[in-house]
Design a protein around this ligand. Structure first.
Ligand code: GRF
Length: 209
C-alpha cells in the first residue's frame, strides 16, 4: 500500500466537513493522516473536535490575522514543519495568502456550497450563498470541490454534485447542500490520496479504480 498522505485541514466553523474526512480516515476509506487543524476561531466545533481526538491544532491570533505579513509567516511556520501532501479548506472563512497558494500549487482543495462559478467570489460564504440562490430562483444548486488558485473561488473544478430546489428555504437548502458536501469532499480527498487525479489540458480529472 502507498504511503499515508499527510493532510492539513483549515476550518472556521462547526467542522462537519473536517469531521467527515476524519471519520473516513478512521474507517480506513481514506489512506491519510490529519497532521494539523488550523483555525481562526479558537472555540469553534472544528478546534474542539480536533482537541478531543488528539489532532494538533494551530489557532491564528486575531492580531496576527489583521497583519498580512504576520499571517503569512504564521501559516508558513506551521505548514513547513512537515512534508505535507494536501491542504483541505473545509469551511475556512479567510483567504489563504498568495505565496502559500503558489508554494502548494494543485495541493489545496476547497469545498464551496454552490455550483461554481455561480454564487462564488467575494461576499458569497455560508448562508449568504444559499440566500442568493433562493433569491435568484435557480432550479438547481449544489456543492463544488475545486483546487485553490490565486483567484477567489475560481480554481480548477474537480467535482460537483447538484440537487434540485423544490419548495426550499435557506435552512433546508443549507442542510441538503451540507449533506452532499460530506459526500464529495471525502471522495475527492480519497482520490487525491490514492493518486487518482490527472491533469489534462490544465483541468483536473478523477480517474477510475
Ligand atoms: C460549508 O457549507 C462549507 O461549504 C462552507 O461553510 C460550511 C462549513 O460547514 N464554506 P462545516 O464547518 O464543515 O460544518
Amino acid at each position: 500500500m502507498a504511503d499515508r498522505k499527510k493532510i492539513v485541514v483549515f476550518a472556521s466553523g462547526a467542522g462537519s466537513n473536517f469531521i467527515s474526512i476524519y471519520n473516513y480516515i478512521d474507517e480506513g476509506y481514506i489512506n491519510a493522516e490529519i497532521v494539523l487543524l488550523i483555525s481562526n476561531k479558537p472555540n469553534c466545533g472544528a478546534v474542539n473536535f480536533a482537541k478531543k481526538h488528539g489532532i494538533s491544532t494551530a489557532v491564528i491570533d486575531r492580531d496576527v490575522m489583521k497583519d498580512s505579513v504576520k499571517y503569512q509567516e504564521f501559516l508558513l511556520s506551521k505548514l513547513s514543519f512537515a512534508d505535507i501532501d494536501l491542504i483541505v479548506l473545509a469551511g475556512y472563512l479567510k483567504m489563504i495568502p498568495e505565496e502559500i497558494v503558489c508554494i502548494y500549487e494543485n495541493k489545496i482543495l476547497n469545498i464551496h456550497p454552490s455550483l461554481l462559478p455561480k454564487f462564488g467570489g467575494k461576499g458569497y460564504y455560508g448562508m449568504k450563498v444559499h440566500q442568493a440562490v433562493i433569491e435568484s430562483k435557480e432550479p438547481f444548486t449544489g456543492a463544488t470541490v475545486h483546487f485553490v488558485n490565486t483567484k477567489y473561488d475560481e480554481g480548477p473544478i474537480l467535482l460537483q454534485k447538484k440537487i434540485k430546489i423544490c419548495n426550499d428555504d435557506v435552512a433546508s437548502i443549507a442542510e441538503k447542500v451540507l449533506k452532499i458536501e460530506h459526500e464529495i469532499l471525502p471522495y475527492t480527498v480519497k482520490a487525491f490520496c490514492d493518486d487518482k487525479i490527472r491533469w489534462i489540458d490544465n483541468k483536473p480529472l478523477i480517474i477510475g479504480n
